[in-house]
Ligand binder design. Structure first.
Ligand SMILES: *Cc1c(COP(=O)(O)O)cnc(C)c1O
Length: 374
């Protein structure tokens, strides 16, 4: 067990990241590249180590949201192409270009800003044109893509390297709306081709579509959640073997016995119905262990599952071991495997009425990340 600077930490298995990337890679159509999506600090796993592992396993592109996320990759010496999946704010474009981050464009104003930044940098800037085919979030609406593309062509210093879109269903690749979006995307590509705009790089698929929809593979897939070893949704379960990369561990900070009738933690929301051993775990909602897990999360100690009891505090919560014992310093696994037991991010997601994406992404920078590179 590697030593962590705090008795509550996240262990990230980079071997798992590499295996997940390779396994998805094996299913891709020939020539389809992988863009490893490492936004939000690699979904809470640590963007730089994850990016390196993904590149080792065959990914050729990286995707982030913020300019500073891209700069962190560059500062770590990563020189793979990095796409900024959102339009960068005008006041960060000089830095984006200086760090060779690839901007996305989908508004007239965004194009003007990129044109000006290209002018200041004295070079041509290649961009990815983001098309909104029905998510209605970001991107130029597919019906208006020609106008923006024509404006880009006129700009002179801005070149369209790629065209892409994003699905409204990240969990259900069988949804018929995926077909609608693919059809709109293909039509848009055809209409742009008529204008002489035929970028040889088109990317559409998220994890779910990477796994299940070869017709959405195009020239690259943007792989997020599956790379971290989590299933995009029940309809994707069991298709590819995925190894969860994140394990959340902590060491028991105190062990005590409470008598029947005594209550535990703020507000006394849990009361012992029999004498019980109570272990205190030194992490809480400030670390991303949601307060909503109060009285609802299983915890592994000594290879067995025990219930978390009482209200989750900012920096700690308690576990009921019944008549079993444990010692201060024993290891608890909060997400991940211990002996033959396992607690998954999906279980937490179900308890909190959310998705596994949020469970791993919400883990605070307060929790040290320890990397296994086996
Ligand atoms: C986050 C993101 C992805 C990755 O999605 P997953 O479902 O995690 O694979 C792909 N494309 C865009 C535009 C994204 O924002």
């Amino acid at each position: 067990m590697p030593d962590a600077p705090r008795p509550a930490w996240i262990e990230v298995d980079l071997g798992a990241i590499r295996r997940n990337v390779s396994r998805v890679g094996e299913r891709l159509s020939r020539g389809t590249q992988i863009m490893a999506v490492v936004k939000a600090d690699g979904y809470g796993h640590g963007a730089v180590p994850v990016a390196r592992a993904a590149l080792q396993a065959g990914a050729t592109w990286l995707g982030v949201i913020l300019v500073e996320e891209g700069i962190r990759l560059r500062e770590a010496g990563i020189d793979a192409p990095v796409l900024l999946l959102h339009e960068a704010p005008a006041n960060r474009l000089d830095e984006a270009l200086a760090n060779d981050l690839t901007p996305v464009v989908f508004t007239e104003q965004g194009l003007v800003s990129i044109g000006e930044a290209a002018e200041r940098a004295g070079r041509t800037v290649r961009v990815h044109l983001k098309i909104d085919t029905g998510l209605n979030r970001l991107g130029v609406l597919w019906r208006h893509a020609e106008e923006l593309a024509a404006a880009i062509a006129k700009e002179g210093r801005v070149e369209i390297e790629a065209i892409f879109t994003h699905f409204a269903f990240a969990d259900d690749p069988t949804n018929a709306f995926i077909d609608t979006q693919l059809q709109r995307f293909n039509e848009t590509c055809e209409r742009l081709a008529v204008l002489g705009i035929e970028p040889a790089f088109r990317h559409v698929a998220n994890s779910a579509a990477s796994i299940t929809r070869p017709d959405a593979h195009y020239d690259a897939v943007r792989l997020g959640i599956a790379m971290y070893g989590l299933s995009p949704g029940p309809k994707c379960d069991g298709i590819v073997d995925l190894d969860p990369a994140m394990t959340l561990r902590a060491r028991v900070a105190r062990v005590t016995r409470v008598s029947a009738g005594e209550a535990v933690s703020y507000g006394h929301t849990w009361r012992a119905t029999r004498d019980a051993t109570i272990a205190s775990i030194p992490l809480g909602y400030a670390d991303g262990w949601a307060r909503g897990l109060s009285n609802r999360a299983p915890v592994l100690i000594g290879g067995r599952r025990y219930p978390a009891v009482g209200t989750v505090c900012m920096d700690s919560f308690m576990v009921d071991l019944g008549d079993d014992g444990c010692a201060v310093g024993d290891e608890a696994v909060l997400i991940g495997a211990q002996e033959s037991e396992r607690v998954t991010a999906d279980e937490h997601a179900a308890a909190l009425n959310t998705i596994n994406y949020e469970i791993v992404t919400r883990m605070s920078p307060r929790l040290p990340r320890v990397y296994l590179d086996g």
